[in-house]
Design a binder for this molecule. Structure first.
Ligand SMILES: Cc1cc2nc3c(=O)[nH]c(=O)nc-3n(C[C@H](O)[C@H](O)[C@H](O)COP(=O)(O)OP(=O)(O)OC[C@H]3O[C@@H](n4cnc5c(N)ncnc54)[C@H](O)[C@@H]3O)c2cc1C
Length: 423
């Protein structure tokens, strides 16, 4: 395989693909770029689908990522509305479901994820929505009628954002969540309880510890029942129970898959010349030292960029702690890092006033932070996490201590062992 590719085929035409295409051109690549997408739309952003676009404050052009004009000007070909089936590296081509092929000598899997299905829930009723794409969001928007009632299964970030947007549109949301405390898996019980309080205070009817048993549709709407016998009626139901990585193309191409497409620090799959990035990639993270797959906008952008650079033979690594935000119930929530077994939670600010940052420490080392209305704290925490810092908990909690300065101090601390080693 030559070092310089002549043509790059990206499978999936969304966030990761758009960033990869832009990076390839910005880095001076003048070979062919084709984005193969199964949706009929040019690349667009998904975060507005549960927020501004669902509310009606933005339309699909606001969410656009690469316009057709940009693609023409930059010689990026969009092959939309047709899924890819497999990559045939021996032939140097991607096979599409319509029987055609797209030649290339480097390939990027950017197939993302699909909304997880609940077993036994029908797919063919327009009042049952799995929110993942633009068409789902536009359909859901048309179902949000003021005075109506919306059932949402799942109180994760997407389900909560939908509940918040429904309220803003004058619709009464009823949320059914299987876990006793929403989002406890990522945030822990204390911060999960904060999220539940925010929802209930806003007017969401939130039922926790309830497992859905059936979803039925009839002439008057939908009826959701749970194993405990709870029965909830609504005009429509949104199933927001997570996402699963789209690995069919990788599997059909003989690429190693385990909770997504396994990639190394440089987004390289098990097959030379094929890269994967974004929601579909289970990435060997250099800071965490293990494989991690996340479904975050920021990660899609950074991995898309890193994959493009490596496609061009310029070694690059994505080693940032993972970061995401969520806008709901008038609050900007942000989370950075990964904490699996923290032993200390330190809070700066006031949870009651919804203006705080919670820091997750494992044996003194800062692993993650979750904040309401404190994006600045989260950015400082990101620096500390990336350096494996063990900041003084009292200083973390002290509003008079500038976190950015603390991050700077961590820098100096991180430099010390190297200086010592150089003596
Ligand atoms: C409703 C919603 C709200 C969100 N809000 C936030 C937020 O607030 N903050 C945040 O950090 N993140 C948010 N996210 C997550 C973020 O949007 C994703 O992390 C990001 O879209 C991932 O980009 P991607 O390109 O890797 O995958 P995707 O965006 O999933 O795109 C993959 C594309 O590949 C296509 N595809 C799949 N298989 C094939 C095939 N065989 N052939 C051709 N095409 C194929 C898919 O149809 C899709 O178009 C949100 C996601 C959703 C759904």
């Amino acid at each position: 395989m030559s070092d310089t590719p002549r043509s790059v085929v990206v499978i999936g035409a969304s966030q990761t693909a758009a960033v990869a295409a832009r990076t390839l051109r910005r880095r001076g690549f003048d070979g062919g770029i084709v984005l193969v997408g199964d949706e009929p739309h040019a690349p667009y952003q998904r975060p507005p689908l549960s927020k501004e676009l669902l509310e009606g404050a933005a339309d699909d052009s606001d969410a656009a990522l690469l316009t057709e004009q940009w693609c023409r000007d930059n010689a990026v070909e969009l092959r939309l509305g047709t899924p890819a089936r497999r990559i045939d590296t021996a032939a140097g081509a991607v096979e599409l479901a319509d029987g055609t092929t797209v030649p290339g000598d480097r390939f990027l899997l950017a197939t993302g994820a699909s909304a997880r299905r609940l077993p036994g829930v029908a797919e063919d009723d327009e009042r049952i929505v799995h929110l993942r794409g633009l068409d789902d969001a536009l359909r859901l928007r048309s179902l949000l009628r003021p005075g109506g009632r919306l059932v949402i299964v799942g109180a994760g970030f997407v389900g909560s954002e939908v509940a918040s947007t429904a309220l803003a549109r004058g619709v009464r949301p009823v949320v059914i969540e299987q876990a006793p405390v929403p989002q406890a898996r990522v945030l822990g019980e204390e911060m999960g309880a904060f999220c539940a309080d925010v929802q209930r205070a806003a007017g969401v009817e939130l039922h926790t510890g309830e497992t859905v048993a059936s979803v039925r549709t009839g002439p008057d709407g939908v009826v959701v029942t749970t194993e405990s016998g709870l029965r909830v009626e609504g005009d429509a139901v949104v199933v927001a129970v997570g996402a699963v990585p789209n690995t069919a193309v990788a599997r059909a191409s003989g690429i190693a898959v385990e909770n997504g497409v396994l990639v190394d620090e440089r987004c390289r799959t098990s097959v030379p010349g094929i890269f994967a990035a974004g929601d579909v990639a289970n990435h060997r993270h250099p800071v965490y030292g293990r494989w991690v797959r996340v479904e975050h906008f920021d990660n899609a952008n950074k991995q898309g960029m890193v994959a493009a650079k490596n496609i061009l033979g310029r070694p690059a690594v994505h080693g940032d702690p993972h970061w995401f935000w969520s806008d709901q119930f008038g609050l900007n929530l942000q989370h950075v890092g990964h904490a699996r077994s923290w032993d200390r939670l330190v809070v700066r600010g006031s949870v009651a006033e919804r203006d705080f940052t919670a820091f997750y420490l494992e044996e003194g080392v800062l692993r993650a932070a979750f904040a309401a209305e404190r994006g600045g704290d989260v950015m400082a925490a990101k620096e500390l996490i990336a350096r494996g810092a063990a900041p003084d908990p009292a200083r973390l909690a002290d509003e008079d201590v500038d976190l950015a300065e603390l991050a700077g101090q961590a820098d100096e601390a991180a430099a010390e062992p190297a200086l010592a080693g150089g003596k």
